[in-house]
Design a protein around this ligand. Structure first.
Ligand code: DGP
Length: 113
């Protein structure tokens, strides 16, 4: 989609630190890391948020979920990690292309919000 930051990252028009890619999804390091490991996993098909995830194919949805585990193993997050998907203004979503944050490498707060 035109003027979508993450679509431009997926296409390579904007550089990123890639950590994983397959037919359906792309993963790269967050520019403003909030944990020692902070990776964003995005579908290659543009959908605005998890609220529209039903617009993705079952194959794409499955690929994203499996990619999260593969990336965590690749990054050595053996002691655990947190996955977050902010959706809409109440959750402070700032980029309107569905993405999952993988946060790890330190103890997370017990309270999530
Ligand atoms: P959210 O607030 O949940 O929509 O998260 C958007 C994330 O995207 C935020 O943690 C910072 C990250 N981000 C924004 N612009 C860029 C960029 O140009 N490159 C990379 N790698 N990450 C970005």
């Amino acid at each position: 989609m035109e003027n979508c930051l993450f679509c431009k990252i997926i296409s390579g028009d904007i550089p990123s630190a890639k950590v994983y890619e397959d037919e359906y999804c792309y993963a790269f390091r967050d520019i403003n890391p909030q944990a020692p490991t902070h990776i964003l996993v995005v579908p290659k098909t543009h959908v605005a948020s998890i609220a529209e995830a039903d617009q993705l194919s079952p194959g794409a949805l499955a690929a994203i979920l499996s990619a999260i585990g593969k990336i965590a193993r690749q990054e050595g997050l053996d002691n655990g990690f947190r996955v977050v998907s902010n959706c809409g203004p109440d959750a402070c979503q700032s980029v309107q292309h569905l993405h999952f944050h993988i946060l790890g490498g330190r103890q997370m707060a017990e309270k999530m919000a």
